[in-house]
Design a protein around this ligand. Structure first.
Ligand code: CMX
Length: 439
């Protein structure tokens, strides 16, 4: 019998802990950077202050998961029988352990998640009582917060557990959370967009995470949609530690709040339009653009429409990034999928034309540091192609994926015994004194 994920992580942990111990013992007092006042006032951009094992983002190349690029992950991670896109289960395994799992190990993880997927009645009732006009992300956050009642970490802490055990309870809670997300997400979807007239079908215990997500939403008969969701969930998991959802989960987790409360904090951050909500905003924008230009996808018509958005003081959703300075490879992976599966979709044609035109128009402004598309410029077009057209739901799908990355790191945080976070702050007067400025 091959090792389970928990056994694999536990087996590697002593070696990993020793590496960190030696690194800090021998180099702990070395200087690793300096900061400017502009960085302090500029959203801490570029300040090196976080440890994040699963992925590192290079401004030119994009994300690498445990050293592997997206194209490498797409070929190396195990697939579903007959499928060609990677299974997100494999990426979760890679993020947590640094190892590519075998097919058998991935099947074991799919089965483990499916077995943990049932929702407690009080969570179902809570979701069902939400008003339909409460944003699906707020409903998701409520449901995840409510799962706190069943947190094994919180219960063990209340009993008085040993610090060495923190990660094991965090692992169990994280596995339960990830497993339940498709059932929560699809319940919200049926309530809000099908007026509660339909309910999600049961999780199929012998199927993978992405299949169950698509199937519970009601699209299980579209095979290509399941393949898309395998890719989609894999691509949205992790984008190193400083983005809002990752950092919020990690920060709240550092107070030893349960994985439920930590993840809910991350989801609340993901709900912002400058972060995860950009996928909703992006498709809304594309639909408005299509309504305005009709079939005229000429360079002139598209340029004029982008300019009208920018001149009204709005951002172009799906473009720009705090760290990336090139086209997001996650965008390119989705583009490749679209070229293969939906080359003639009218909105995909618009997205392609935008990819050609928008960077130059954004550059005209003279202030945008990265005029190229990010992941959110593409995802909505793929979802709407397969019939999932409710843009208000899109960030929930992002969340079902992002949970994998931030919870993998939360388990690592607890295993490494990271302390509560407490950066130093100063008033403007105090900063001014520090740089010897007169106010
Ligand atoms: N459209 C219009 N203006 C933009 C822009 C865009 N897509 N991207 C950046 N800018 C503007 C900024 O608003 C800022 O203007 P001000 O100086 O007037 O405030 C200026 O260009 C400089 O910004 P920047 O340094 O290039 O970018 P930031 O690191 O400050 O912000 C981001 C990054 C993603 C918030 C920004 O590019 C943006 O708002 N993009 C649109 C929303 C979006 O796609 N978000 C998703 C990002 C991916 C994710 O987190 O999921």
């Amino acid at each position: 019998m091959p090792k389970t994920l928990k056994e694999t992580f536990a087996a590697k942990l002593p070696e990993e802990l020793l590496k960190v111990k030696e690194l800090r013992k021998n180099h702990g007092s070395k200087v690793v950077g300096e900061i400017t006042l502009d960085q302090v006032y500029g959203g801490a951009r570029g300040i090196k202050s976080l440890v994040w094992e699963g992925s590192v983002l290079d401004s030119e190349e994009g994300i690498r998961y445990r050293g592997r690029t997206i194209p490498e992950c797409r070929t190396q991670l195990p697939k579903a029988p007959g499928g060609s896109e990677p299974l997100p289960e494999g990426l979760f395994w890679l993020l947590l352990t640094g190892e590519i799992p075998s097919e058998q190990q991935v099947r074991m993880l799919s089965a483990d998640w499916a077995a943990r997927s049932d929702l407690p009645t009080y969570v179902v009732d809570l979701i069902d009582r939400c008003p339909q006009d409460l944003h699906p992300m707020a409903q998701l956050s409520l449901a995840v917060t409510a799962l706190e009642r069943d947190s094994s970490f919180a219960k063990a802490y209340a009993r008085g557990m040993n610090k060495q055990e923190y990660w094991e309870y965090t692992f169990e809670d994280s596995m339960n959370l990830i497993a339940k997300l498709p059932s929560i997400a699809s319940r919200i979807y049926h309530n809000v967009f099908r007026q509660g007239k339909t309910t999600p079908v049961a999780v199929e215990k012998d199927k993978d995470y992405a299949f169950n997500l698509v199937n519970q939403l009601g699209f299980g008969d579209i095979e290509d949609f399941t393949e898309l969701m395998r890719l989609y969930v894999t691509l949205h998991t992790d984008h190193e530690g400083g983005n809002v959802s990752a950092h919020a989960t990690h920060l709240v987790g550092s107070a030893l709040s349960s994985p439920m409360l930590s993840l809910a904090a991350g989801f609340n951050g993901l709900s912002g339009p400058l972060h995860g909500l950009a996928n909703q905003e992006s498709l809304n924008w594309l639909q408005k653009a299509k309504a305005a230009v009709g079939d005229d996808l000429s360079d002139q018509a598209i340029t004029a429409y982008i300019r009208s958005t920018l001149s009204s003081g709005q951002v172009l959703p799906g473009y720009g990034h705090s760290i990336l300075r090139k086209t997001d490879p996650r965008y390119l992976a989705q583009r490749e999928f679209a070229l293969r599966h939906l080359p003639n979709d009218p909105l995909f044609k618009l997205v392609s034309q935008l990819y050609k035109i928008a960077p130059a128009v954004l550059k005209e402004q003279g202030k945008v540091k990265n005029p190229y598309p990010n992941i959110d410029a593409h995802s909505g077009v793929l979802l709407q192609h397969y019939g999932l057209k409710e843009t208000r739901f899109y960030t929930v799908l992002f969340a079902c994926s992002r949970a994998l990355g931030v919870l993998a790191q939360l388990i690592i945080d607890r295993a490494y015994g990271f302390p509560i976070e407490r950066p130093k702050s100063y008033s403007t007067e105090a900063w001014a004194r520090m740089v010897k400025a007169k106010l």
